[in-house]
Design a protein around this ligand. Structure first.
Ligand code: PLP
Length: 361
């Protein structure tokens, strides 16, 4: 069934059973599709995000992950508010582009792409800028694979009483975290990353009291998170506009498979093993990682080109012919390519990948 596996988060490699869940056509409003499924998904997402769930709720939104980031930024920051964005890569920077487009007042603290967002700099900034009301940052910067220090950053942001928005797109479901313990107000992720569904919608885990404050704030109709939530609550899982029925079915299957695997901890272990087999094997072949191990996530790994004459395009094509699709790099300061560790892929797949890399160099 698979001409190749995707080591590109995302979309990423999904299981046969997740794909099979899409083989029927579902009616948006019929009981067979609607009753239970969307509400089950919303409830299990909150349970995946927190041990104590009572103050949290979730909203699903059509589109890719960026739509959800844009929805959160556009619905939470009011005309007199100020957003502080902490960025060390393309996805952090994209939040700035979103704020620009929406005419939202923001500051950006930019950090080197090969380093973590630095908690001390953030603390110093917040102590001097009391006009900031909201802080947003990316948990795992998929640009490079840097895992930002979520716990320390969240602690600082909350100790200054700011609303905390976390783009956990590429980490949620694959890296353990608890929104309630961390004090996260809005956490954003999407169907086709660590939950291992197919692309088509994203979701937000929100602190109920903060989401209630979003009513009437959005200037966009389709990205109005509050209205989307309200329609889902009142309609018991009804989407405001055409729902991505097949994607939702596949996602439900993916959520059960996550549970069957043993939950987030077990999935995290597998991703760590994938990462370890990958890095050890690549290093044996003479490749070096862009990042030091201490700040590296198990989600995606950047490798430096081994030498000046390295031809990524031909390397990519040869690997693809052997059954592996990888990612080009995305940073300016070094020539890199990236290999994703997430999806329905296992340590054996990475052992085979290493053999393929050896043959393709
Ligand atoms: C994938 C991803 C996004 C969303 O990207 P889309 O292409 O809109 O799905 C946002 N932030 C991070 C960190 C991501 O990894």
């Amino acid at each position: 069934m698979r001409p190749y596996i995707l080591l590109t988060p995302g979309p990423l490699t999904t299981s046969e059973t997740v794909k099979e869940a899409m083989l029927s056509d579902w009616c948006t409003w019929d009981e067979d599709y609607n009753v239970g499924i969307v509400e089950d998904i919303r409830k299990s997402l909150v349970e995946l995000a927190a041990k104590r769930t009572e103050n949290y709720t979730s909203v699903l939104l059509q589109g890719s992950g960026t739509y959800c980031v844009e929805a959160v930024i556009g619905c939470t920051i009011r005309p007199n508010d100020k957003l502080l964005i902490l960025s060390n890569g393309a996805y952090g920077n994209r939040m700035g582009v979103i704020a620009d487009r929406q005419g939202i007042s923001y500051d950006m603290l930019a950090f080197d792409e090969t380093m973590q967002v630095d908690p001390e700099t953030v603390e110093r900034y917040l102590s001097r800028h009391s006009d900031v009301t909201h802080v947003a940052f990316v948990h795992c910067e998929t640009t490079t694979g840097v895992l930002n220090p979520l716990e320390r950053l969240a602690h600082i942001v909350k100790s200054y009483g700011k609303v905390l928005i976390v783009d956990a797109m590429s980490s949620f479901g694959g890296v353990p975290l608890d929104v309630e313990e961390l004090g996260i107000d809005f956490l954003i992720s999407s169907a086709n990353k660590c939950i291992q569904g197919v692309p088509g919608f994203g979701f937000i885990i929100a602190r109920r009291s903060e989401l209630m404050r979003c009513k009437g704030v959005s200037r966009s109709l389709s990205l109005d998170l509050y209205d989307q939530w309200d329609a889902m609550e009142k309609g018991h899982g009804k989407w405001r506009f055409t729902s991505p029925t097949h994607v939702v079915r596949a996602f439900k299957e993916a959520m059960s498979e996550l549970q069957a695997e043993g939950g987030v901890e077990a999935r995290h272990d597998r991703y760590c093993k994938n990462h370890e087999v990958l890095v050890k094997g690549m290093e044996k072949l003479g490749f070096k990682t862009l990042l030091p191990a201490a700040i590296q996530s198990p989600v995606i790994t950047s490798f430096l080109y081994p030498d000046k004459d390295f031809d990524f395009k031909s390397f990519y094509q040869k690997l693809k012919a052997k059954g592996f699709v990888i990612y080009p790099g995305k940073i300016s300061q070094a020539d890199t390519f990236r290999i994703g560790n997430i999806g329905d892929v296992y340590p054996e797949d990475f052992e085979h990948l290493i053999e393929a890399v050896q043959a393709c160099r």
